[in-house]
Design a protein around this ligand. Structure first.
Ligand code: NAP
Length: 316
């Protein structure tokens, strides 16, 4: 299998990534931060990229930057707003009809939105973008993923998935809104979604993995505007926060390593899981409970009105 790296005892770095010529990767949030770094490394290894984001201008700028570094990079763009189901479904339908997608990175996200806001469809913005948007996109792209002989879906969660405030209840934060609890819920949902997806994809050619990138100074922190939030960002950016480059390693490892497997939670192996070479880490407590997976799945289908294939093997 030439699409993945060989097992090795040495700490993993992106140098271990095998040639990705002939493979296509779609990256949400591909114009910024960790998504852009993921794209950069995959382009270097020959993958064809579909950069997805909500702004054509930002996507064009990111694509031009990558082509400047790598003139032979194969890049197309797709405007996909995870906070707008109608436009998302339109875009994913077009891609599903024409593309073979080998790697799907459910990477885009928002964090720390100071006041409760909603997506175009009325979902709480953080949960709606980070989980429901990716739930809908993954469902829509399933035909394109099933065309690949060996596809991987990599969903980018966060250490916040392990926080108690991330319990999957009051998903729309109707009863009580907290910026970081909405984020923690969305990030736990990324993990629980992946566990349920991995179970449902058993017997197909698609694997589903979830990662957390450690921490890196990116545009994600732009809503951290209160004095306390700003102080925390200022302090941590100088101490524990790494680069977007290193924060992309767990995604890259999950997508390309032969040692990585469906259902795994991949994170930096360094101290406090903030940085370092990626490795599988224990799941947040209870995140592989099929009852929680079934609850999230049912709620996600009810809220979005989008249903996954009941039998993905039927399309093969
Ligand atoms: N940085 C960290 O320390 C850290 C830690 C843990 C987890 N993560 C996770 O890593 C992922 C990437 O974050 P990042 O740090 O790279 O942040 P970032 O630089 O802000 O990138 C986030 C990306 O998501 C896109 N996005 C936001 N809302 C969207 C929507 N409605 N539709 C489509 N795209 C949308 C953004 O687009 P625009 O450019 O248009 O805003 C941007 O491209 C997120 O899932 C985040 O939760 C990051």
């Amino acid at each position: 299998m030439n699409s993945t790296s060989r097992a090795s005892a040495a700490p993993w770095t992106p140098d271990a990534i095998a040639d990705q010529q002939g493979r296509t990767a779609l990256i949400t949030g591909g114009n910024s931060g960790i998504g852009l770094e993921t794209a950069r490394v995959l382009a270097r290894h020959g993958a064809r990229l579909i950069l997805a984001g909500r702004s054509q201008n930002k996507l064009d700028e990111a694509a031009a930057g990558l082509r400047g570094e790598q003139p032979d990079a194969k890049i197309t763009t797709a405007v996909i707003d995870l906070g707008d189901l109608a436009s998302l479904q339109q875009a994913s339908k077009r891609l599903a009809e024409t593309e073979t997608i080998d790697l799907l990175f459910n990477n885009a996200g928002v964090m720390n939105i100071p006041e409760r806001r909603t997506t175009s469809d009325g979902f709480e913005l953080t949960f709606g973008t980070n989980h429901l948007g990716h739930f809908a996109l993954t469902a829509g792209l399933m035909p394109a993923l099933l065309r690949s002989p060996a596809a991987r879906i990599v969903t980018v969660s966060a250490i916040a998935a392990t926080w108690r405030m991330g319990r999957l209840e009051d998903l729309m934060s109707d009863r009580r809104y907290g910026a970081m609890s909405a984020y923690a819920k969305s990030k736990r949902a990324n993990v629980v979604f992946t566990q349920e997806l991995a179970r449902r994809l058993t017997g197909t050619s698609i694997e589903a993995l979830v990662v957390h990138p450690g921490s890196a100074m990116t545009n994600l922190q732009r809503h951290s505007q209160g004095p306390l939030s700003q102080l925390i960002v200022a302090l941590t950016s100088r101490t524990v926060m790494g680069s977007a480059e290193g924060a992309a390693w767990p995604s890259l490892y999950a997508a390309t390593s032969l040692d990585a497997h469906s259902g795994q939670f991949i994170a930096p192996a360094g101290r406090d899981q903030t940085a370092g070479s990626p490795k599988p880490v224990p799941l947040p407590r209870g995140a592989d409970d099929p009852a929680e997976g079934a609850f999230l799945w049912t709620e996600s289908e009810r809220l979005t009105g989008i249903h996954f294939l009941s039998d993905p093997t039927a399309l093969r």
